[in-house]
Design a binder for this molecule. Structure first.
Ligand SMILES: [Zn+2]
Length: 401
């Protein structure tokens, strides 16, 4: 049945394409500034944003997939087909991301209607993750979630534009160079933020498996209810498997995505609750589309920052700097010694990510050292155990606790 639907869809797209090809054969050339610009069509938001960054106003750009649109299941409209037909250059992600557009786009490229570039397929195969799709072996298409890998895509866009429009080559080179530097800065930002989470908290549970490259680049284990394509249905067994994982690994938060209905993630949360535990919804991640064009997630850079900030906030809500040590704790304690009952909290703080590691040797006064003077005053919050008891006047070794 599914094959029949796909077949008829393909026939109608082919018919539309043929119609526009014949209708536009004698179409008048559009005059004016817009008409003289290179006409570029990009399928996804990240690709469109990269074209905008490299080309600026030098091209007339159309981006097909707006906020919340799932590229795995997106079907071309008549208006899209018209845009394809009029385009000089078409960029799409490829690797079976835009599954319903792929055949039309390949055919346009083969007919020489436009320069058609499947960006993911221009990247070195050894840098790609494997994927056994319904249609056969390919690679995971979610390449934009690794900022370093996405630089390769930006270079492909730059080089394609230079060949298609050599008059603006200098501008494309300069803009691309500036954008590549911004991607380096983004990459460093994501790494820094990820590093604030203890390794055992770096587990990212989402509805569909879009974060494989993100996980590989930034040190997260990724788990999803659905596979790499959202076109495959999630089964009750998939929900159960993820629920078991959340329970066994004590995962603090799971995430919904802007392009996927939240019901599967909510089903996992409900199943965890039925087992007598809680897992929070960590927020909304932009897996396969950018946010609203006028908002902070309307650009690739903003979307990526939003994702890592959301992930870190949810998985390490109380996490402080990973460089915090018992020594730092002692510094926070100011004039107060680290006492046994305070030290008892060190493992708790470690568990929350507020203290990274115990430093050896522990904070002991050297033999014969003068006892620390007794002082009064509030204890630092991190070490206060709520008992309001007086602070004893001598050090005890942490090892004794
Ligand atoms: Zn996806």
């Amino acid at each position: 049945m599914r094959g029949c639907i796909k077949g008829s869809l393909w026939l109608s797209l082919s018919a539309l394409l043929a119609l526009f090809l014949s209708a536009c054969a004698g179409a008048p050339v559009v005059a004016g500034e817009e008409g003289s610009k290179l006409r570029v069509v990009a399928t996804t938001g990240p690709i469109g944003d990269a074209v905008r960054a490299v080309a600026g106003d030098a091209v007339a750009l159309r981006v097909l997939l707006g906020p919340g649109i799932d590229p795995h299941t997106y079907v071309a409209t008549e208006s899209d087909i018209r845009a394809f037909q009029r385009a000089d250059v078409i960029f799409y992600n490829g690797l079976h991301l835009e599954a319903q557009l792929e055949r039309v786009l390949r055919q346009l490229g083969q007919r020489g209607v436009a320069t058609v570039v499947a960006i993911g397929e221009t990247l070195p195969a050894e840098k790609l993750l494997g994927w056994e799709a319904e249609t056969g072996k390919t690679h995971d298409p979610h390449i934009w979630h690794d900022a370093q890998l996405w630089k390769e895509a930006v270079r492909t866009i730059r080089d394609t534009l230079i060949v298609a429009d050599p008059a603006h080559a200098e501008g494309y080179r300069a803009n691309a160079s500036a954008y590549l530097a911004q991607l380096d800065a983004l990459d460093a930002y994501i790494r820094d933020r990820a590093a604030t989470l203890p390794p055992e908290r770096r587990i990212l549970v989402t509805a569909h498996d879009a974060f494989g490259y993100f996980g590989r680049a930034y040190g997260f284990e990724v788990e999803a209810i659905q596979g790499i394509s959202s076109a495959t249905e999630a089964s009750a067994a998939d929900i159960q498997a993820l629920t078991s994982l959340v329970l066994e690994r004590n995962v603090p938060a799971i995430f919904v995505e802007t392009t996927i209905a939240p019901r599967t993630i909510e089903a996992v949360r409900a199943a965890v609750r039925a087992a007598g535990r809680e897992v929070t919804l960590g927020g909304e991640l932009y897996s396969d589309a950018l946010g609203a064009p006028d908002g902070p997630t309307g650009t690739y850079l903003g979307m990526m920052r939003h994702n890592i900030d959301t992930i870190v906030a949810a998985l390490g809500a109380r996490a402080a700097s990973p460089r915090t040590t018992v020594t730092d704790l002692a510094e926070k304690a100011g004039p107060y010694p680290i006492l046994p009952y305070m030290a008892r909290y060190v493992p708790v703080l470690e568990g929350r990510g507020e203290v990274a590691t115990l430093r050896t040797p522990p904070l002991l006064p050297a033999a014969g050292a003068r006892p620390v003077e007794r002082r009064t005053g509030p204890l630092p919050r991190a070490a206060y155990d709520g008992s309001r008891r007086a602070v004893p006047s001598r050090h005890l070794p942490i090892a004794e606790v």
